[in-house]
Design a protein around this ligand. Structure first.
Ligand SMILES: [Zn+2]
Length: 457
């Protein structure tokens, strides 16, 4: 069901009928933000193609490959990524902070010797004091592999897996560094995904240790091709994998409360996915975000997992129909068919579309207020209304709050009402029959991710 923003009622007017309350004027939520339209327009398939071909040109980017050569191996690749991000950061005004995040990983079944794992991290600090600590992370992995995961010398172009995601992240960093956002954006290209997600895990663990507020993580892995293994082309959609309640032995109190109230599709990750679908589809024409209620595909994993494991909201973008002949393969011919992850199987316009969905969502999230905290639904007495309360946000550009709802069997929000700058509201709809959420809205109409209300007597 397509959600219509026109459903919004002029609630602020009703609330303020007795007196003047211009501060509660309803922002135009359906409007396109000019800044986000501009960013989406600036994403360039030509530059993305250039990045992919340059990455492929390093021969192999295997995590245990050469780090000394300037032309071949993972060392040359990461030095080039860093210098490229520094170059465009400087051209954008010098606010993009580019650096390495490095650690030496001990021997594992997929690392034959202790290996330096290096992520290239570009941070664009938020410009609003109340929001700068809130971070959104977007990542791709720049390491590559062939059939034998321990083979560090054969050509491993990894044009799709995952030069596509790396190129998308680089392009977003270069375009978005020219713009200002309230919250902080972290553009990350990581290593050792193929050896066991060690790069992403290292960064996510530091974030957890330092108690960083990672409000959302978007992983881009295998977003390069619009052509399926049976040859049909679908360049009209991308898959977005979004986990619900994690499959752990000991359920946290927060997850128990979700499940107990039918909120299993309202985990922070699914709220993030809902927001990405709505924003991505609003800003990128004729391109669908196909949310899949799973952590990942069968037999596969990705760099969003270490973030999920540490309690952060994290999702994965992947093309709709993978061709496994073009992933993790030695370059060869079989029965006249070329096998391997070569740039000729990438669709650079398609990668640009996925990058645009990412960029629109990240921009919207980083411009918007934080999701409301301490959202509760009062369940003290039997009645057919829904009384919601929440903690006030602290952003100076806050306009107020919006309550959204949907049928318990629906995936996306179906209705919304702007309720002004208040911390409680009663809706004449039964809490027993709908799922609700509370969003914070700023004066420009940027809307936060929704927060699920937990019951309070
Ligand atoms: Zn991958």
């Amino acid at each position: 069901m397509k959600f219509s923003h026109k459903l919004t009622l002029p609630a602020a007017l009703l609330l303020c009928a007795g007196g003047a309350c211009a501060a509660d004027a309803e922002p135009n939520i359906a409007a396109h933000q000019a800044q986000i339209d501009q960013i989406v327009k600036e994403i360039s398939p030509q530059r993305i193609e250039g990045y992919v071909r340059k990455l492929v040109g390093f021969g192999t980017r295997h995590t245990m490959s050469d780090t000394v050569s300037d032309t071949r191996g993972i060392g040359a690749a990461r030095r080039w990524i860093k210098s490229e991000l520094e170059r465009c950061g400087a051209a954008a005004g010098g606010r993009l902070q580019v650096g390495y995040d490095s650690h030496v990983h001990p021997v594992t079944p997929r690392l034959s010797h202790p290996t330096e794992i290096v992520n290239v991290v570009a941070t664009l600090p938020g410009t609003q004091a109340e929001s700068v600590d809130r971070m959104y992370v977007v990542s791709g992995h720049y390491d590559s592999r062939v059939t034998d995961v321990m083979n560090a010398t054969s050509d491993a172009p990894g044009a799709n897996d995952d030069a596509s995601g790396t190129a998308a992240v680089m392009e977003m960093a270069c375009v978005m560094a020219r713009h200002k956002f309230d919250a902080t954006l972290v553009f990350m290209t990581v290593a050792a995904e193929e050896q066991g997600l060690f790069g992403a895990e290292h960064w996510a663990e530091q974030a957890k240790q330092k108690n960083w507020n990672i409000a959302g993580m978007l992983n881009n892995d295998i977003i390069g091709s619009s052509r399926a293994d049976d040859g049909h082309v679908d360049n009209t959609q991308v898959r977005l994998f979004a986990e619900g309640v994690p499959a752990v032995k000991e359920m946290s109190d927060a997850n128990r409360a979700l499940v107990a109230t039918g909120g299993e599709n309202d985990s922070i990750t699914r709220q993030l996915a809902r927001h990405i679908k709505e924003t991505g589809e609003r800003y990128v024409d004729k391109f669908a975000v196909n949310v899949i209620y799973r952590r990942d595909r069968y037999l596969r994993g990705g760099d969003h997992s270490p973030f999920l494991d540490r309690g952060y909201a994290a999702v994965r973008f992947t093309e709709p129909n993978e061709d496994f002949n073009h992933q993790h393969q030695d370059l060869r011919e079989e029965g006249g068919k070329k096998i391997g992850d070569l740039p000729e199987y990438d669709d650079f316009n398609y990668i640009a579309q996925v990058a645009r969905v990412n960029a629109a969502s990240l921009s919207s999230l980083a411009l918007a207020p934080a999701a409301p905290q301490q959202v509760k639904v009062r369940t003290a007495k039997l009645d057919n209304n829904t009384e919601l309360t929440w903690q006030a946000n602290k952003e100076p550009d806050l306009a107020g709050y919006r309550i959204v709802w949907r049928d318990t069997t629906a995936a996306q929000w179906q209705g919304a009402v702007f309720v002004g700058n208040t911390t409680q509201y009663t809706i004449k709809r039964s809490k027993d029959n709908f799922l609700f959420g509370v969003q914070a809205v700023d004066k420009d109409g940027n809307v936060s991710v929704a927060t699920y209300p937990l019951p309070q007597r």
